[in-house]
Design a protein around this ligand. Sequence first.
Ligand SMILES: Nc1ncnc2c1ncn2[C@@H]1O[C@H](COP(=O)(O)OP(=O)(O)OP(=O)(O)O)[C@@H](O)[C@H]1O
Ligand SMILES: [Mg+2]
Length: 208
Amino acid sequence: MKQILARGAESIIYKIEQWGQSYVLKWRQSKPYLLNKIDSQLRKARINRECKMLTISRTLGVRTPAVHFVDLYNHTIMMDFIEGTQFKQLAGQIPMSELVSLCHNFGQLIALLHNGNVVHGDPTTSNVIVDGNAKLWLIDFGLSEMNATLETKGVDLHLIQRVLETTHWDLQETMLEATLEGYIEVQGDSAESILSRMKEIRERGRYS
Ligand SMILES: Nc1ncnc2c1ncn2[C@@H]1O[C@H](COP(=O)(O)OP(=O)(O)OP(=O)(O)O)[C@@H](O)[C@H]1O
Ligand SMILES: [Mg+2]
């Protein structure tokens, strides 16, 4: 059985049942406006990166779906289906205390990645799944990078702030505060320079 779960700008996500379990097949579509060869290389690189970074992030203590299969030539990756709800959808439906606790945890997970010199690259609330035990899972690592720098970590935090402003504008202050608190808790002293870089990036965006 194959069912379409989501249709993104660049990929189609299928849910499949196999061996009595649910899995996700993520297929990167081609971009008609790109030359064939460039398109194929780009899709291959993103799939490769996603597979690698999902696995590396797990070693840093962040829950991510286990990857079972990757096909670089058909631009497909097969991973566990995570039973839960997108954090984006859940955020407005739960009591404030639960929201604060989830955001706090989200910040902790981003800090765990950053401590391991990994940036997520697309840390939106659509890319976080909350399972039935209120545990957070991170997905969508196609823009993730290793060898993170002060700048790329600052960008990751800046992207979080931006997504909260645009997607959760009525809850943004509470959500940002709780996320950054969790982040600082794990990151310790080095959080200060990363937070000030985040602010600097925001200012740059304002005046450019
Ligand atoms: N392993 C998974 N388990 C459960 N749901 C998933 C899983 N992977 C993806 N999804 C669902 O499908 C949606 C889209 O997946 P994903 O974020 O990986 O693709 P995308 O945003 O289209 O990616 P990209 O930006 O890399 O093209 C997610 O927001 C989530 O709701
Ligand atoms: Mg996504």
